[in-house]
Design a protein around this ligand. Structure first.
Ligand code: DX5
Ligand code: ZN
Length: 222
């Protein structure tokens, strides 16, 4: 089984102090930095692009887990790879040629991930389960941090874990949306091995490091 990893999503970070926020993640021993890219089309919100990825890459040594919530992501893969992305995740709902897109990401030297929305059935990614380096199950509808966890997604994680194990795939199974100390254990039990969190970390009442510590102990103790 893969080591369990925590990936703070900077969507809820204080961008006036992004360098300090990243340093706090690194010193609290977070594993990856998750960067949410939104285009105002695939999702209603607009957030960050390669420019921010490049700034993060200068400010931290942690792997950058870049989640593209954009239409036609294939047009931007090279820019994100050049900016320093370690992993690039695309949505199945935005990729009619998903094998080609994952192969393009791998050819750029990045790990290739496929994400699915809460309303998308697991079967939609069957065809690429043995090619993806990472599968990202959204546990909220993408677009914003701070939304309520959709508990029907736990069953999807269980189903995907079974399929990955059946294929003997080493792919990461990542969960994203509404992850906190209460929901993380449910996703862990279902077989997730990478946990993204924005609000529970960056809006923690005692600060970013305390948010990371809380989730790390949820990862360990359940
Ligand atoms: C949602 C993004 C998530 C988001 C998670 O569209 O993909 O990564 O930042 O935020 P929380 O942890 O607050 O649900
Ligand atoms: Zn995300």
């Amino acid at each position: 089984m893969n080591k369990l990893l925590l990936a703070p999503s900077i969507l809820s970070a204080d961008f006036t102090r992004l360098g300090e926020e990243l340093a706090a993640c690194e010193s609290a021993k977070a594993d990856w930095i998750h960067i949410d890219v939104m285009d105002g089309h695939f999702v209603p919100n607009i957030t960050m692009g390669p420019f921010i990825v490049e700034a993060c890459q200068r400010a931290t040594k942690l792997p950058l887990d870049v989640h593209l919530m954009i239409e036609k992501p294939e047009r931007h893969l090279e820019a994100f790879a050049k900016a320093g992305a370690s992993h690039i995740i695309v949505h199945i709902e935005a990729c009619p040629h998903i094998h080609r897109t994952l192969q393009q990401i791998q050819a750029l030297g990045c790990k290739a991930g496929v994400a699915l929305n809460p309303g998308t059935p697991v079967g939609a990614i069957d065809a690429v389960l043995d090619e993806a380096d990472q599968v990202l199950v959204m546990s909220v509808n993408p677009g914003y941090s701070g939304q309520k966890f959709i508990s029907s997604t736990v069953g999807k994680v269980r189903e995907i874990r079974k399929k990955l194990d059946g294929l003997k795939s080493p792919a990461r199974l990542e969960v994203d949306g509404g992850i906190d100390a209460a929901t993380l254990p449910q996703m862990k039990k279902a077989g997730a091995d990478a946990f993204v969190a924005a609000t529970a970390i960056f809006k923690h009442p005692h600060g970013t490091k305390a948010g990371i510590k809380d989730l790390q102990s949820a990862i360990r103790s359940t």
